[in-house]
Design a protein around this ligand. Structure first.
Ligand code: GLC
Length: 565
């Protein structure tokens, strides 16, 4: 039975609700555009591409961290939350960039990293120079070591990037001293969110960027801030599996108390007009995601379910229904994403070969393939891109926000092979042999088919670009109506025109491998996950991810059809 389209309040017209169905484009600033020829992307580079972003048709950009940083973790090791890395520009450059984006109607979302600072942050330097038990140390998680002389870490907990989660410090008098806790790299000491000073400082930071024109925030590892450091852990394997817990009792992740922080932030966000928005990065059990996304909390949380799913109609349908129901129940809007700076690009994931316990074309994270050498010859790039476009066109028709990652609009593939000496990701260094790291999706964008860095800058790029990047260059694709870039532009433009109430009605479909739904206004969406062509509903084909012939949609493709009457 088809489900009728339910009527939901039309919130698209109200500015305070701009985020509910926004297309948000993630910029990894160091790899977007380099204005001064130092091989690193920068804020002026972004400003120079505002027209590109406008032509693409996105509603907002989210910038990964651009703060001063030693780049021990690609900028997620922040030295100073209220400044710009001098290699990326100045605060004035930020103002100029925000003004240029706002002038063309694009909102600005900045990345907030509250779980940890960098080890070069003034607070951590002060903690190192201060004695045990001092106020400066209480902003972080310092503990005495075990063993006769405190030479053993306080417990056996391991960090996400591999190796122990504790690092020993040298006391100001030169003797070996206490240990501090770091969930991620050792250059990222965890803050103690039981300390009111930490709360106050982050409120100051949120106000700083809100006053400077930030329209919203992406909250890094939002589920990690509150911890029970004295808890007994059943097994080290469970230590990193927040998603398995649904009771808020994991010592490190998704504890119930974390929401008091976001209630505090929400009060601050609501002082602004329009209220500042936020989206949580919280890799938690799906049942608990809504807590982050509630209107009293951050408002939205990333839903990584589609990103983790196989290219499979049933899995997609279940995920979509569940997330829409959840969002409706809490008053949040859903989020959708296939690619970001932490995962293998979806055009590659969907083209991966069978093997390594992976189904053909599975949406699995692709890390096995990277470990095996990341050989591009093993990827069916054509099929990967075909499926990626089908999945993206389906996503762009869903109620809720769509998060896009720079380069996916070019159909860019993951760079699998990067020489050891060129790698930057701490997961590679701390975890060699277990993870290769995330550099392959962070290689600077190709803007031109030639030049020392394919138009990224005038003088090389901080991560080497492979020769095949030339084929994906923006200038080549912009001139080609059949390119992936032109497809994204059309899809985003149409999405704007068609978007209405946040409602979706499933339609009967003749085939298990086909999903069919309708949005208000007769906007039909048919996604064919199988390989045989299927007949489309009668109407005007507005856009399809592959050529429709004789009213039939080919395999591994999606179409938007306007059905009138
Ligand atoms: C988030 C970021 C990731 C970073 C980690 C630590 O997961 O997306 O890039 O390494 O947090 O800050």
């Amino acid at each position: 039975m088809s489900t009728p389209v339910e009527s939901a309040p039309d919130t698209t017209a109200q500015d305070a609700h701009w985020w509910r169905q926004a297309a948000v484009y993630q910029i990894y600033p160091r790899s977007f555009s380099d204005s001064n020829g130092d091989g690193l992307g920068d804020l002026k580079g972004i400003t120079s591409k505002v027209q590109y972003l406008k032509d693409l048709g996105v509603d907002a950009v989210w910038l990964s961290p651009f703060y001063p940083s030693a780049l021990a973790d690609g900028g997620y090791d922040v030295d100073d939350y209220r400044n710009v890395d001098p290699r990326l520009g100045t605060l004035e450059d930020f103002d100029e960039m925000a003004a240029a984006l706002h002038a063309v109607g694009i909102k600005v979302i900045v990345d907030i990293v509250p779980n940890h600072t960098s080890n070069r942050h003034a607070w951590f330097q002060e903690a190192l120079a201060s004695p045990k038990g001092s106020a400066a140390r209480r902003r972080y998680i310092f503990r005495d070591g075990l063993g006769e002389n405190g030479e053993l870490p306080p417990n056996e907990w391991t960090s996400i990037f591999g190796g122990p989660a504790w690092e020993r410090v040298t006391e100001p008098d030169g003797t070996p001293g206490q240990w501090y806790f770091h969930l991620f790299a050792k250059e990222q000491p965890d803050l103690d969110w039981d300390n009111p000073e930490v709360h106050e400082d982050f409120l100051r930071t949120l106000r700083f960027w809100s006053d400077r024109g930030a329209d919203g925030f992406r909250v890094d590892v939002a589920h990690a801030l509150k911890k029970d450091m004295d808890a007994e852990v059943e097994s080290l394997e469970l230590l990193h599996r927040a998603d398995l817990f649904r009771n808020g009792e994991h010592p490190l992740w998704d504890r119930d108390e974390v929401h008091t922080i976001y209630a505090e932030w929400r009060r601050l966000f609501n002082e602004y007009n329009p209220p500042r928005t936020a989206v949580a990065e919280a890799w938690v059990h799906a049942d608990r995601r809504a807590r982050y996304a509630s209107p009293e909390g951050l408002g939205q949380a990333f839903n990584f379910d589609l990103l983790k799913a196989d290219f499979d109609a049933e899995q997609f349908r279940t995920i979509i229904s569940k997330n829409l129901a959840e969002a409706a129940a809490t008053g949040a809007s859903s989020t959708w994403v296939f690619s970001n700076h932490d995962v293998v690009r979806h055009a590659t994931r969907y083209g991966l070969p069978k093997g390594s316990g992976r189904e053909e074309g599975a949406g699995a994270d692709g890390k096995d393939w990277l470990l095996e050498g990341g050989d591009p010859a093993q990827v069916d790039a054509e099929r990967g891109l075909r499926r990626a476009k089908a999945a993206t066109l389906l996503m762009l028709a869903l109620p809720g926000s769509a998060y896009l990652y720079q380069g996916e609009e070019l159909g860019l593939q993951e760079v699998g092979q990067i020489a050891d000496e060129d790698r930057q990701d701490p997961t590679f260094f701390r975890n060699k042999g277990v993870e290769v790291g995330r550099d392959g999706c962070r290689v600077p964008l190709p803007w031109e088919p030639q030049g020392s860095s394919f138009g990224f800058g005038s003088n090389g790029s901080h991560l080497p670009q492979p020769a095949w990047f030339a084929d994906y260059a923006v200038s080549v694709q912009a001139a080609d109506a059949g390119s992936t870039l032109s497809f994204y532009r059309r899809a985003l433009k149409l999405r704007h025109e068609l978007q209405a109430a946040e409602a979706l009605g499933w339609q009967d479909s003749v085939d298990d491998e086909v999903l069919h739904f309708v949005r208000p206004g007769g906007w039909h969406v048919v996604a064919n996950f199988g390989t045989a062509p299927v007949v489309l509903p009668e109407g005007e084909v507005l856009l399809a991810s592959a050529e429709v012939e004789g009213g039939k949609l080919p395999g591994e493709a999606t179409a938007w059809v306007r059905v009138t009457g």
